[in-house]
Design a protein around this ligand. Structure first.
Ligand code: GLN
Length: 230
């Protein structure tokens, strides 16, 4: 049984990242793997889960979400072995601290060695991240954020930026034992089935059979569409 918790969609749902939960549920269902996907609202207790999904959101809701997550014990759940997949604001609040509009800094959950400051401009547009070799190794999505994230020297990004900005123009997101993070919305797991399966394999601790189908074809088309035409 894979237990997935979509955390505070009313606060961290601005960019439709809740769709990541639906994608994971469907890919598990297609493979006949038992799963339970739960939406956790801000009035609910944070349930025990194998994977927590955090999405992007505006500065105010992001600040509220970090306090609720702190009180709700997300850090302990992760220390007990759970994983987190976090997008944009969700990623920023897992770091040591983050700044919002006006440059005020707020303490994050400290699950990732990362600090987010305000950048000189908002980064809005397409993002392409190289996670691995070949077309399958590219993650495509869109970003919309004012934060610039600096990872600690011993923390790896999810991948390197081929187009767009990500954390700092070079790397995007984060990949640790417990945390997968990216600046890419989409929902990113709908646009990148390979990333969805890599995440599920990490949560399950075993490789999965491929699910050939239209999702892979559309991903390839998306990757090609990001290439400059000659
Ligand atoms: N509020 C954050 C920022 O602008 C995150 C935005 C988002 O989640 N897309 O940096």
């Amino acid at each position: 049984m894979v237990r997935i918790a979509l955390v505070f969609p009313e606060l961290l749902g601005t960019y439709g990242d809740g769709g990541n939960a639906r994608v994971l549920a469907r890919r598990l269902e297609w493979r006949g793997i038992e799963h339970d996907v739960r939406e956790v609202s801000m009035d609910d207790e944070i349930p025990t889960a194998d994977l927590y999904l955090l999405g992007g959101g505006e500065d105010g809701p992001q600040r509220l979400a970090v306090e609720l997550l702190r009180e709700g014990g997300l850090v302990d759940r992760v220390r007990d072995g759970a994983k987190v997949f976090a997008v944009c604001a969700g990623l920023q609040i897992l770091g040591e601290r983050f700044a919002v509009e006006g440059d005020d800094e707020f303490p994050g959950l400290g699950l990732v060695g990362a600090v987010t400051r305000r950048g000189p401009e908002r980064r809005v547009g397409e993002i392409v991240v190289r996670m691995g070799p070949g077309e399958e190794g590219l993650v495509v999505g869109f970003e919309n954020h004012g934060g610039v994230t600096t990872l600690a020297p011993d923390v790896a990004p999810l991948g390197t930026v081929e187009r767009g900005y990500g954390n700092d123009g070079r790397g995007d997101g984060v990949r640790t034992r417990e945390v997968w993070g990216t600046y890419a919305h989409g929902p990113v797991l709908a646009m990148n089935p390979g990333l969805a399966d890599a995440l599920l394999e990490d949560v399950l601790g075993r490789p999965l059979d491929a699910l050939p189908g239209v999702a892979d074809e559309l991903h390839r088309a998306r990757v090609r569409a990001t290439r400059p035409t000659s």
